[in-house]
Design a protein around this ligand. Sequence first.
Ligand SMILES: N[C@@H](CCC(=O)N[C@@H](CS)C(=O)NCC(=O)O)C(=O)O
Length: 227
Amino acid sequence: MSNKPVLYYAPRSPPCRAVMLTAAALSVDLDLRLVNVKAGEHMTPEFLKLNPQHTIPVLDDNGTIVTDSHVICSYLADKYAGENESLYPKDLTLRRLVDARLFYDCGHLFPRLRFIVEPIIYFGVSEVPEDRVTYMQKAYDGLEHCLATTPYLAGSELTIGDLCSVTTVSTAAAFAPIDADKYPKLTQWLERLQALPYYKEANQEGLEMLVNLVKGLLAERQQQNNS
Ligand SMILES: N[C@@H](CCC(=O)N[C@@H](CS)C(=O)NCC(=O)O)C(=O)O
């Protein structure tokens, strides 16, 4: 008997939320297991056996262990999309564009966001340096160009490239605002993604948890510094 795929995750984490969006888009039911990174649960010997790189999310699909959100999303789409392959097209000409969007999130968008929020959560930092905000905003430019002639990042259809990027961008926007005059296409794209029926549960709720945590810590520390 096959069980639901298990997802080791935390709702605050943008990469985990990307997997939750993808699973919702595919109507795949996940068995969600919380991992508390702040408490070091990702460094236990059991977890390191699952993912020696000690990151969440990790998927255990009946013994097939998949790590990295982008790989998990492509795995889920390949395995569970059935006839509807638009989320991660099998056609190589279409797929290479989706892969480029996934790598842009992995290599550019998410690292810039983590350099904003992680020093505050884990290292007691009390401000977001202006250059990190500017650096994040510079990465919006690449997305604006991707959206020049199409509603989604890899063309006319929603793909996992959008779902992985939106969790990062929607979170980053709370710290590095998106100027709608400068990035009109990106602004419309974000609204388009926010209208997905599963967006609120799979992304918005965890996003608010992360933003409230970081803003709360910033306010607390700034108050301490002023007293
Ligand atoms: N490229 C990875 C990044 C995952 C990642 O860095 N997750 C963070 C939580 S948001 C984490 O597990 N951090 C703990 C660590 O790096 O040790 C992915 O997309 O899954």
